[in-house]
Structures are given as structure tokens and as C-alpha cells.
Design a protein around this ligand. Sequence first.
Ligand code: ADP
Ligand code: MG
Length: 361
Amino acid sequence: MKNPSYAYFCSSKKKLSSFFLQLKKRLLVGWAVVLGVFVSCAAPSSPQTEFVLGTVCSINLFEYGRPERYRALFARLREIEDRMSVNKTGTELDAVNEAAGRAPVPVHPDTYYVVEKALEYARVSGGAFDPTVGPLVKLWGIGTEDAHVPNPSEIEGALKKIDYQKVLLDSEHHTIYLTEEGMALDLGAIAKGFAADELAAMLRQWRIRRALIDLGGNILVVGEKQDGSPWRIGVQDPRSGRGEYIGIVQIKRDKTTVTSGVYERYFEQNGKRYHHILSTRDGYPVQNGLLSVTIVADRSIDADALSTTVFALGYEKGLSLLEPLDVGGIFIFENQEVAVTRNLSSQFQLTNTAYRLSPPR
Ligand code: ADP
Ligand code: MG
């Protein structure tokens, strides 16, 4: 989460209280989701946790976990946040958005890369995933104290500003240009994935062979467990939102699992729940029978982008997008069915009896 999620850093007192509320909630969720992992960890170690990238980030190095290592890792997360957050002033993304319709803005390779990747996913999803969703995200304000259902004319206005084809990248000068005034990038659906991959790269450089990274539920395991048993990652129950899980994915080594769902960020108005993954077609939270999508992949940037993309596309189209890729997917539906892609079926175990597995397809 980001934007609202990512964008969670607050200036007013009101927002500050929501920040702490959210922090508390995320702490609970974060801890419980990785419980399955900790339960089976042989070596005693203690994770370090900080609030960054709009969420609770926890890192557990199972070897060479010296304080300076943790400091460097969290500093890297803050650096990424300072470049890509939309609600912090002075970020590069902020500068790109400010200059919309006026001028290209030079950015750091980090930001350039993440925007480039986001545009790839926008293309493959025909714009269901679209990093120019910024004006719509801002309008709904989900994850802030100002969250409310906008009126239809506001939604129409925001939709007109969304079009990934109007983002021009210049690879020679490393600039990003939003060609129309009022456009705004939001990298909330992808930046945490990038961040997790960056941390993993640092660990590889330091030759740390075993670690667990949890950026607000985006989980990345590095290496194998010492005793050779698989890592066990809990898949969040989207209806409880309290860190309870519906099942376990077993992972041998070096994978990432990322979930997008209705429980992550939402508000309620007149008894109806509005969550934070927005349809770029009608401007409202996506409603397609899905409660969450979990992606298991090699790289977290792909898993993060794909979990949002597949959620936005829905089951059928999402599945066709996943099939040619070497990634796994777990779909949880409103009717409590759970569908798991064939390549993941032997690694996933449903543990919550309120749900039932549908046959693999
Ligand atoms: P989380 O933030 O919980 O990790 P996601 O990765 O699914 O969840 O990202 C959701 C965030 O992505 C929203 O909070 C918003 O900032 C942004 N977003 C919402 N709808 C879209 C969309 N259709 N395409 C791209 N980004 C979106
Ligand atoms: Mg995502």
C-alpha cells in the first residue's frame, strides 16, 4: 500500500492519528501473516521493523544480522520512498506530476525503471493496471481520513486524466513526461515489489544466504532454510483482515509472494465497503467476485504489479495473463472458493475450512 498506501505520510494531526491506527493494524496483519514462516525457523533471530513505504516493513536476517546491515537496508527503503512516494512533497514522482503538461523531468534510474515496468504491465493489461491512476486514487482518498465516495462528475473528470499511453519516457535523458496537465503517476501497486528486490540484491552482495523480507505483506524469502525444510508462507484471509490465513504456500527457496485484495485498504460508507484497487474503466473499486489475488514469483516487482493487474482484470483474463508466465496464482473469491494455478497446486495447502478449493484449470 502505498499511495494512499504509499502516500501515507501525513501532515495534519488528523492524519497522524489515522497513521497510528493504520500502523497498529498493519503491525497485527504483518506479524500474523508471516507467523507460518517464523514457526518453522530453526535459528533464533529477531526481525527489525520500521514504518516505511506507507506500511510496516520487517526484515529478518538469519545470518550476519548486524545492526549496520539492518540500517543500510532500511535506509535503502527510505531512499526508494523519497523518490517514489506520491504524498510526500519533494519526491521525484511529485516533480513529474507537478510538471504534467509542461515539461519532461529527469529522474533517478530507480524511478525510471519502476515507471518503465509499470507501463509494461499497463500495456499487457490494456490499461486495467495503469500507473496514471493518480488523479482517481487522490479523489477517493482511500487510506486517508478524507476517504469518501466521489460524485460521478468528479469520477468522470479523473478518468479523463488516466492514460498510460500519454507517459513519455526518454531513455537517453532519463526523463519522464506526462503529456497532459492534471495527469499524475501513482506507483503504489508496484514500488514495494521493486523495494523488496532491491533489498534482496543487497543481501546477495553481502552473501547473506538466508533472510525474510516482509514489506507490508509483500513477502520475499532469500535462500533456503537451514534445515532444508520449506519456508511456509501464510496466505491472508481477506475476510478477516486480522492476520488470519486461509492456507499455506510452501517455498523451497528464493521466491516472493505478493497479495492484492479488498482488505488491504478500504473504507465504509452507508454500510458499503470501498477498497483501493480502482477500475480505470468506471472509476470505482473493482468488483468482479474476487477478494484477493496472491502471486508467487521470482521477482517481487513482477509479483506486485501482477497481483494488482490480475485482480483488476478478474479471474478469466487474469489467468490467461499468468498462464504463459512462470508464476503461480491463488485466487480467493467472494463465495469462499479458492482457485490455485496448476504450477502451485502441490505447494499450496488450504487450512481454513470456511473455504473450499475449486478444481485446478
Ligand atoms: P497494496 O498497496 O496493498 O500492496 P496493491 O499492490 O494492489 O496493494 O496496490 C494498490 C494501490 O495501487 C492502490 O492503493 C493505488 O495506489 C494503486 N492503484 C489502484 N488502482 C490501480 C490500478 N488500476 N492500476 C494501478 N495502480 C492502481
Ligand atoms: Mg501490487
